[in-house]
Design a protein around this ligand. Structure first.
Ligand SMILES: [Zn+2]
Length: 319
């Protein structure tokens, strides 16, 4: 088992080199075994188990259903439907993506896979969507459990003017551009991480109440936005201007760690994450936190499994 993001030798079970050594048949078999039990194709349109092997002229796998006569491939009806690159490239993309600790920028992915930047960008977002599907409907906490909550601001950067006399005080609301969003993370001690994105802090309470079980002990910092939580949960506060953790085990360091790595993903890899898809980057960061002790081969299998279980992407289908 891995210690942390620093995977031990036993937990480094899948390297990019191993993926690149695979033949097209082996990559196909890997996808088949993850999508269907025993790797035996089943029609995704009518679930008929009797299908004929009906490969395309270029050798790409395709089957035809005996009952409904429709054709399908190993990715039909999944997140990777209508794929254009060979299956091995998707396997390589997933391996590259999960092997990064903080994130993989689309520019580097496009160089690794020798595809266009747009292709890499869309593919990375599909993988984020697969990771996010694991968080759907997730509820944290319970009697005797502790959940740390914290918030972080992303986006809304206003560039200072060139000449000193034209510069404005960027702390004032009238000089901001209104694009700032707040990411809230709820992190259960010894459990999972669940992020969400809001335009303002006033909307958080409803979300936290809907996702955290009654009776959970919450830990929060001294920020005023958490004051309302006390009406619903037992809340312990830690004042960061005085100390970061106290002897009674009151701290929010788990939630801070999440933001520490997400912030570095923004600065070091993506540069701009605070647009429409901020929640996807946050969900990716949460998935990486929660699987940081899992062997990388299992991480690849997990992402493949999630991608195979998802319906075609609403945002990115057809790209
Ligand atoms: Zn069928």
């Amino acid at each position: 088992m891995a210690q942390h993001f620093l995977l031990s030798a036993q937990a480094r079970t899948l390297s990019l080199a191993a993926v690149l050594r695979m033949s097209d048949e082996e990559a196909e078999a890997a996808f088949r075994s993850i999508r269907w039990p025993g790797g035996k194709p089943v029609c995704p349109h009518c679930e008929c188990p009797t299908v004929y092997d009906c490969r395309k002229a270029n050798g790409a796998p395709r089957w035809r259903c005996k009952a409904c006569r429709k054709d399908f491939s190993v990715t039909s009806g999944t997140l990777l439907a209508f794929h254009k690159m060979p299956l091995r490239s998707y396997l390589a993309a997933i391996a590259i993506f999960v092997n990064e600790v903080k994130g993989k920028c689309a520019l580097a992915l496009s160089r690794d896979l020798d595809c266009q930047y747009n292709t890499a960008f869309v593919l990375a977002h599909k993988l984020r969507e697969a990771m996010a599907s694991e968080l759907k409907g997730m509820r944290l906490g319970g009697e005797g459990e502790t959940v740390e909550v914290d918030g972080g601001y992303f986006g809304g950067y206003v560039k200072p003017a060139n000449h000193k006399e034209n510069r404005r005080d960027r702390r004032l609301a009238k000089n901001q551009n209104g694009k700032r969003q707040v990411v809230v993370v709820m992190r259960e001690r010894g459990g999972s991480t669940l992020p969400a994105v809001f335009k303002s802090e006033s909307a958080l309470l409803g979300f936290i109440v809907s996702r955290v079980a009654k009776g959970t002990r919450l830990m929060a910092d001294e920020t005023g936005s958490w004051n309302d939580l006390a009406a619903r949960f037992p809340v312990s506060r830690i004042d960061h201007s005085r100390q970061y953790s106290d002897t009674a085990g009151i701290y929010t360091n788990g939630a801070e760690e999440f933001f520490s790595r997400m912030r570095r993903a923004e600065i070091g890899h993506h540069h701009h994450i605070a647009g429409t898809y901020l929640v996807r980057y946050a969900q990716e960061a949460a998935w990486r936190e929660d699987h940081r002790r899992v062997a990388n081969g299992e991480q690849v299998q997990a992402v493949m499994g999630l991608a195979m279980a998802c319906r075609p992407s609403v945002d990115w289908c057809g790209y």
